[in-house]
Write a protein that binds this ligand. Structure first.
Ligand code: DX5
Ligand code: ZN
Length: 214
């Protein structure tokens, strides 16, 4: 299991320091980009994400909760090991989002809301590298994990079979439930409030890793 700390619960006035605090125990940094349309919240966009480049060498895991991923993805400066994830429910057609992100030369991720059937992403699984399973309604940090996500992760595992797709899971993951999420088949754990919720993000990330491995 690899960790992708979500900056949504970090101190936005000190993002570079927050990243540095978790760098040694993380595989990615998760950026929640919101447009106030796809979700009823606003965060940050390409200028902020791009500016943080020079503060870390970790790959970026960019989660686009926006209606027009194909329009805005090219504004992110990416590296081959980064992933840009779009939502299958967004307004831009998934084929278009996949094509545009692929052309940028990074990995392509697809995500779905908790109530969207898995069948909605099935036609695209052969063209993406990463699936982000939402275990809360996208939009806000600090929500309760939806237990139905566990069955969904197992179904997705079966569906992708031997294909080398990464399964990332996002929302409500804490030391108390992380083991179940990993056992269901998650490769990457996204966690915001469990890591940046209080004083020591690095200690909190280490605790999550320990809990995941039992
Ligand atoms: C929610 C975001 C998540 C969020 C997770 O829309 O996609 O990445 O930061 O936060 P926690 O871990 O607090 O549920
Ligand atoms: Zn996210």
């Amino acid at each position: 299991m690899r960790l992708s700390p979500s900056l949504l619960s970090a101190d936005f006035g000190r993002l570079a320091e927050e990243i540095r605090a978790v760098e040694s125990v993380s595989a990615y940094i998760h950026f929640d980009v919101m447009d106030g349309h796809f979700v009823p919240n606003l965060t940050f966009g390409p200028p902020v994400v791009n500016a943080l480049r020079r503060h870390t060498s970790l790959p970026f895991d960019i989660h686009l909760m926006i209606e027009h991923p194909a329009r805005y993805a090219p504004r992110f400066r990416v590296r081959p090991e980064d992933v840009i994830t779009f939502h299958v429910e967004a307004q831009d057609p998934p084929e278009e989002a996949i094509r545009v992100i692929r052309e940028l030369g990074c990995r392509v991720g697809i995500s779905l809301r908790p109530r969207t059937p898995l069948s909605a992403i099935e036609p695209y699984l052969s063209r993406v590298d990463w699936v982000l399973v939402m275990s809360v309604e996208p939009g806000f940090g600090g929500q309760e994990f939806m237990p139905d996500a566990l069955e969904r992760i197992r179904e997705l595992r079966d569906l992708i079979g031997g294909r080398g797709l990464t399964i990332a899971v996002d929302g409500g993951i804490k030391p108390a439930n992380v083991r179940a999420v990993v056992e269901a088949g998650a490769d990457v754990i996204v966690a915001g409030s469990a890591i940046f919720g209080d004083g020591d993000p690095r200690a909190a990330a280490e605790e999550l890793l320990r809990a995941a491995h039992g």
